[in-house]
Design a protein around this ligand. Structure first.
Ligand SMILES: [Zn+2]
Length: 411
């Protein structure tokens, strides 16, 4: 490792450490919410939601830190290299079988390290707070299904990445960024058809008042929406939500059955209008374009860092040795963690735009305000997180901000 590499890794690790500590600090000591929140929520509602979010935030950051510590330990203790040598010996020096076995090994290790936090946050806490409707067997089934899917897709990605490093020693990062970007478009198109049905059942919305609302809003938004789907979210959670997904002909709006069951029609209308606004403004497509830029930047930086860190390995012909995978994963973990503020700022920008367009579509700010109050109450969202937490992790504006925005319209 060159001294320049030492400097780059130190900066990355120290920055991630400081940001994590600040995140933990603001999670434990969030300060007071603006007094205006008292107009919409009782002090005990605010406190209860804060407490729930505190637990979830701590578990999230701990899972991240545990994985980073594990990866740093693998590199620093030279185990990353020793394991790679062992695997190569077992496969009789055959590169690709060794790479795949090595990847599976590291991947399982990372999963095991994060499991206690994922299990506690995803199962135990969800039951304690009365959200989960899932039994233990079904939770594990989800976890395994998701895990295998991730393992297969990431495994293919890693194999292609390392193959490119041998094929195009100086430009593999650009080729890989191109592959990855293409894959993001394809997978966004296919996700609703192939992946979502593995976890839930989807049914077109039935004739009735909601369907009439959909047709009216779609006409106003100038959208040709064939169908809106209802998802059986209640098999896992009591939380309500909705999302817009897909690309081209697979674009769709999905509503949780909990939303239709537990929310008045006017509020359901506000949700549908918000999702239609994402559709009308092409937010998925625009986010994908952002991610193309991010892929080139991320993989270009990865190449630069690997080059100064593993000068000897990279100078040799052929694909990178398997043990570079650990540094690669560590780099991607750290940079995506530190890249969150940018990603979330873009997301919040789209969410604000969707809220504004939705208000124009429904012309009913009161229902929008009631919706955000109800959602925050029932889903236990932090009404107004500390600015640092919002800056780092919030993909949506806070409920209080969304309520205030809708209030502006009524004035
Ligand atoms: Zn949205």
């Amino acid at each position: 490792m060159t001294s320049k590499a030492g400097l780059v890794w130190s900066i990355l690790l120290i920055t991630a450490g400081i940001v994590s500590l600040a995140f933990i600090f603001y999670t434990l000591f969030p300060g007071k919410v603006p007094s205006v929140a008292g107009q919409y929520f009782t002090p005990s509602e605010i406190e209860r939601a804060r407490h729930y979010q505190q637990i979830m935030r701590l578990l999230g950051v701990m899972a991240f830190l545990a994985q980073v510590v594990c990866l740093v330990w693998l590199v620093a203790s030279t185990r990353a290299m020793a394991w790679s040598d062992t695997v190569l010996r077992i496969t009789g020096g055959r590169y690709y079988p060794a790479l795949i076995i090595y990847f599976i090994l590291i991947w399982i290790l990372l999963k095991v390290v994060a499991l206690p936090f994922n299990f506690y946050g995803g199962f135990i806490v969800q039951h304690q707070w009365g959200f989960s409707t899932q039994n233990l067997g079904s939770w594990w089934m989800d976890y395994l299904k998701g895990g295998v899917l991730e393992l297969v897709l990431a495994g293919i990605g890693v194999t292609l990445l390392f193959w490119s490093s041998g094929r195009w020693p100086h430009t593999w990062w650009a080729v890989a960024a191109l592959f990855l970007s293409g894959w993001l478009f394809i997978s966004t198109f296919l996700w609703p058809l192939l992946v979502a049905p593995l976890f839930n059942r989807f049914q077109p919305i039935e004739e009735g008042p909601v369907k009439t609302t959909v047709d009216r809003l779609a006409e106003r938004a100038g959208l040709k929406i064939k169908e809106i789907l209802v998802m059986d979210a209640s098999r896992r959670t009591t939380k309500a939500n909705a999302y817009f997904t897909g690309l081209g002909s697979t674009k769709r709006i999905v509503l949780y059955d909990n939303l239709l069951k537990n929310y008045p029609l006017e509020e359901v209308e506000a949700v549908i209008a918000h999702e239609m606004a994402h559709w009308q403004r092409g937010h998925i497509f625009r986010s994908l374009l952002w991610s193309v830029g991010a892929n080139f930047l991320l993989l270009g930086m990865l190449y630069a860092v690997l080059k100064i860190t593993f000068t000897y390995e990279i100078a040799r012909p052929g694909p990178y040795p398997p043990h570079l995978l650990v540094a690669t994963l560590l780099f991607l973990q750290l940079v995506s963690f530190l890249g969150q503020p940018l990603q979330n700022a873009i997301s919040r920008h789209y969410e604000r735009e969707a809220d504004r367009v939705a208000l124009q579509l429904t012309g009913n700010p009161d229902a929008m305000i009631r919706l955000h109050i109800d959602l925050a109450r029932k889903n236990l969202s932090d009404i107004a997180p500390p600015p640092f937490i919002t800056w780092l992790t919030a993909s949506h504006p806070s409920p209080l901000e969304r309520i205030r925005e809708a209030e502006e319209v009524t004035r």
